[in-house]
Design a protein around this ligand. Structure first.
Ligand code: URA
Length: 237
């Protein structure tokens, strides 16, 4: 642990005296929290923002991937299947933030920043994840209402932030449903629908907090901007 002003100065952006002035002026944030105390000490994992700029002391990296089907959401796989890490060119030891199933596609964050991962994956910070599920039959309105009201899965209630039918294919007797979830339990979306007697044939995550896929095609990724990282830190309650 080192004094905040020393860490700021050693990042090269300013002198130690100027760093102290910035701290007392309320321009310095540690893990999203304003710090005006000159006695504050920080560790290598803390993310320090000075005048809206993240100081780069530990080379934290942040990627947003459009995960393709048939990729494993972990750093390695015992069956030698392709992992999401294989898709990203980096020499840093990154890992996925939370999990998507092997056959689930869509938005996935990867980083080596443990602090941010803890913030984003803790349910109390209310990071909403939005999915589109293709169901094996048209959803009945009574079932939609039940899912909206909240259902118990594996002994715990899950109340989605919203559920709406986006499209109905009468000829094929299928539908697309959008659902928003705060918690990050494995298979939560599939299990919620299974409870009501529906199979999820396809699942894609279209939003993670405020982040969307925008123009990323399947398998493509980009780095997050400093502004986006800072905004993700603001999820901390
Ligand atoms: N819920 C699921 O069932 N699967 C996922 O991949 C993500 C959320």
């Amino acid at each position: 642990m080192e004094r905040l002003q020393k860490v700021i100065a050693s990042s090269g952006i300013t002198s130690r005296r100027k760093a102290e002035e910035l701290i007392t002026a309320g321009k310095v944030f540690v893990n999203g929290e304003k710090v005006i105390d000159l006695g504050r000490k920080v560790s290598g994992n803390d993310v320090i923002v000075v005048d809206n700029v993240v100081i780069n002391k530990e080379d934290k990296v942040y990627y947003l991937l459009n995960k393709p089907r048939n990729t494993v959401c972990s750093v390695s796989d015992e069956h030698n299947r392709k992992t999401v890490i294989d898709l990203i060119e980096t020499d840093k030891r990154i890992y996925p933030v939370g999990r998507l199933d092997y056959d689930t596609t869509g938005i996935l964050l990867l980083t080596n920043d443990g602090n941010l991962t803890n913030i984003l994956t803790h349910p109390s910070n209310h990071v909403e994840k939005v999915y589109i599920a293709k169901l094996n039959r048209i959803m009945e309105i009574a079932d939609l209402k039940k899912i909206r009201a909240g259902n118990t899965v594996d002994g715990r209630k899950c109340v989605p932030t919203h559920v709406k039918i986006k499209d109905i294919d009468k000829a094929k007797n299928t539908c697309l449903v959008e659902i928003g979830i705060i918690e990050g339990r494995n298979h939560i979306v599939k299990n919620l629908f299974a409870k009501m007697g529906y199979l999820v044939d396809k699942l894609t995550r279209i939003r993670y907090g405020f982040l969307t896929l925008e123009h990323l095609k399947s398998g493509e990724y980009r780095e997050l901007s400093i502004k986006e990282v800072k905004k993700l830190y603001e999820y901390k309650r």
